[in-house]
Design a protein around this ligand. Structure first.
Ligand code: LLP
Length: 422
């Protein structure tokens, strides 16, 4: 597929109007066809590059139950990072044996719950966790060690995890990783292999290549030193997406080949299963958010006139602009001559969603806008800040029908946890 082809999901104007009337705004909309095609393309690309592959969907990107179910139907295991995410997968009908548990501070309770359910794998982060696992009945659960390969990805600093200064995993450089292997062997823990995840929204795959090569080289070194043979190497997620037209993530076919080559260069004729756990790259571009314009306000600034288009959502349904200076493409469901505007949310702070976007000059209260590429890390990071209910999510099914897959939060749900003692 052409890497320059812009195949991000976009609603046509009449669907946008119809959905907003039927389900209200703000509204997350996910295209089933766009999601499934990305899941398939990733799977086929990885399988074409290597003969023994496994993919998991990183559920933190979007853990709406139907999204998890579709990922599983497409042959993905589910990567969960908490008891809550595991419960979501179980509720979606996915057996725990097809899930693997991440987390850098797993509690005893989380470990017990995951083991009781028969979790497929636990990705161990630290020695405290190994101690806890040593005294538990692991049943058929396999262990993997999360390694810190000490590579520096080029992405926003909040989503860099591969560097040496990180809270995640066992450092290869300082010998912790090797001690962790020895610990597993001496306590006869069911260690199967190694994992790394170097960062997210990677538009430059160099760190990913280096991370893959590092864990593979480490696996080979352990074979020599500790007589341990890794049967599974997992390089996490991280492939970036096209938030803006000028973003050009590597096509997944090239990306998978690059990972396989990086690992292949180190492992020689060994043949472990290779795994990845993409989140953003399979779901982000399959979703949009629809907002209604509430207010258009022209203000005078020292730099001249400025237009604010204020919508009926904001920080609570998409915190990514505030957290990661994320940029998005915004389109109006209206046409006409355009001028620059700043799209803001309705929260009680400067919740600029998108600066300097071209929107029709005649845009007015009641008009709709859609924000592209919001399928990942929007619904899953939504909050109730300012007591805004979390938005609904609609799936545009393969049959063309719109189905609610997450209801809009009700006031009753919002206040059901509240207690006024006395
Ligand atoms: N595996 C592990 C161990 C991870 O920590 C992550 C993401 C993934 C896989 C999936 O990575 P992806 O393919 O989605 O890049 N909230 C941030 C993103 C945080 C990513 C954390 N880990 C954002 O909105 O950009």
């Amino acid at each position: 597929m052409d890497s320059m082809l812009d195949d991000r999901f976009v609603l046509d104007d009449s669907s946008a109007v119809g959905l907003s009337e039927q389900f209200g705004t703000p509204l997350y909309v996910v295209s089933e066809a766009a999601f499934r095609s990305r899941l398939r393309r990733y799977r086929e690309a990885f399988a074409a590059a290597y003969s023994a592959t496994r993919l998991s969907y990183a559920s933190k990107a979007n853990s709406i139950l139907m999204i998890l179910r579709i990922a599983h139907e497409e042959g993905y295991d589910i990567d969960v990072a908490s008891e809550g995410e595991l419960r979501a997968a179980l509720l979606a009908g996915i057996p725990a044996s097809h899930c693997h548990l991440h987390g850098n501070a797993k509690t005893e309770r989380e470990l017990d719950f995951a083991l009781e359910q028969g979790i497929g794998e636990i990705l161990v982060d630290n020695f405290r966790e190994l101690d806890r696992l040593r005294v538990r009945n692991l049943g058929s659960t396999k262990l993997m060690l999360r390694l810190a390969p000490g590579v520096d990805p080029k992405t926003h600093q909040a989503i860099r995890t591969g560097q040496a200064d990180t809270k995640f995993g066992f450092s290869i450089a300082d010998g912790s990783a090797e001690r962790a292997v020895d610990f597993c062997l001496s306590h006869k823990l069911p260690l199967h292999g190694f994992h790394c995840h170097v960062g997210s929204q990677l538009l430059d795959p160099d760190a990913q290549r280096a991370g893959g090569a590092q864990i593979a080289a480490f696996a080979v070194a352990m074979e020599g030193k500790s007589a341990f043979t890794a049967t599974l190497l997992n390089v996490g997620g991280g492939l970036g997406v096209r938030y803006l037209p000028e973003h050009h993530p590597m096509p997944v076919e090239e990306y998978c080949q690059l990972i396989v080559d990086a690992i292949g260069g180190a492992i020689g004729d060994r043949h472990p299963t290779l795994a990845q756990e993409p989140g953003r790259s399979v779901i982000a571009e399959a979703g949009v958010t629809l907002y209604r314009v509430e207010v258009v306000k022209d203000v005078s600034t020292t730099k001249g006139p400025k237009r604010y288009v204020v919508v009926d959502g904001g920080l609570s349904d998409n915190p990514r602009s505030a957290m990661y200076e994320a940029k998005y493409e915004v389109r109006a469901i209206a046409s006409g001559e355009t001028s620059l505007a700043t799209v803001s949310g309705k929260h009680c702070e400067t919740d600029t969603l998108f600066s300097d976007v071209h929107l029709p000059t005649n845009l007015a209260e009641g008009d709709l806008i859609q924000v592209l590429c919001t399928g990942a890390y929007n619904a899953s990071m939504a909050s109730n800040y300012n007591r805004f209910p979390r938005p609904a999510c609609v799936l545009l099914g393969l049959d063309g029908q719109a189905k609610v897959i997450q209801r809009r939060e009700t006031w009753d749900q919002m206040f059901s946890s509240q207690v006024l003692p006395g």
